[in-house]
Design a protein around this ligand. Structure first.
Ligand SMILES: Nc1nc2c(ncn2[C@@H]2O[C@H](COP(=O)(O)OP(=O)(O)OP(=O)(O)O)[C@@H](O)[C@H]2O)c(=O)[nH]1
Ligand SMILES: C=C(OP(=O)(O)O)C(=O)O
Length: 212
């Protein structure tokens, strides 16, 4: 069965996002603008790869950051403000904006920190889910980079520490394919170095201080 997904992608306010990456931007530590630019670049590379993936119909970003909203809207990307703080809250809000459950829509949750993402890998994961509730674990196997809801059911996101196990326990099928770029979320500078080996998106490539 061919599935067409609408994706929700939340991003924190830039002054709070990706705190473990402070210092990885080309301006180094002590340059908040350089850090913000790196977070924007990572999000934009992720989102543009997602919008180009076969099987993705629509993407909505949930963020309350004014600068990020302006940048994304200039790229033609739809943004909505958070209704309340929190990652799972942002996913639920995005899903409700997209139509939520019972409206013939099929919603997925994609993390915004996948700067090496290849559209073909995301498309392959969506196809592998075959219309069922499913998730893709991060490369460590403990977190989640993509959750695909069951059609016409609430998304029921369970992101946070140990989210792979939480999504498994919720009945989602674990999808493991040869999708390194889809599994490579970047929390630390070491993760960014791994993503760089896979091939960073053009914007992140420009902003990452290549120290390693
Ligand atoms: N809109 C929204 N997005 C969030 C929220 N919390 C996390 N995110 C996003 O979810 C993704 C995964 O979160 P984390 O990997 O924990 O990233 P982070 O919290 O920015 O990074 P650290 O400060 O290093 O923990 C990132 O793209 C965040 O921007 C939230 O409360 N609201
Ligand atoms: C919130 C998550 O991401 P991270 O591990 O990047 O914090 C998660 O994997 O559920």
């Amino acid at each position: 069965m061919r599935s067409y997904l609408d994706l929700v992608v939340p991003v924190k306010r830039l002054d709070r996002a990706k705190s473990r990456l402070v210092g990885a931007a080309d301006g180094g530590i002590g340059d908040p603008q350089a850090h913000a630019d790196l977070v924007v670049a990572v999000a934009l590379d992720t989102i543009l790869a997602a919008t180009a993936a076969d099987g993705v119909r629509d993407v909505v970003v949930v963020t309350s950051d004014p600068m990020l909203t302006a940048v994304l809207r200039a790229e033609g990307i739809r943004c909505v403000a958070e209704a309340e703080p929190g990652l799972n809250e942002a996913y639920r809000h995005g899903a409700s904006v997209l139509g939520g459950s019972g409206s013939g829509r099929h919603v997925g949750a994609l993390q915004a920190d996948l700067p090496a993402l290849r559209s073909a890998e995301l498309a392959a994961a969506i196809a592998a889910a075959d219309g069922k509730r499913a998730f893709v674990p991060d490369r460590q196997g403990t977190g989640t980079t993509l959750l695909i809801g069951a059609p016409d059911e609430p998304l029921d996101p369970r992101f946070g520490v140990g989210s792979a196990e939480a999504h498994r326990a919720s009945g989602a099928i674990e999808l493991i394919g040869d999708w390194p770029s889809l599994r490579c979320d970047v929390d630390t500078e070491a993760d960014l170095a791994v993503a760089a080996q896979l091939g960073l998106g053009a914007r992140t490539q420009q902003r990452f201080r290549l120290s390693a």
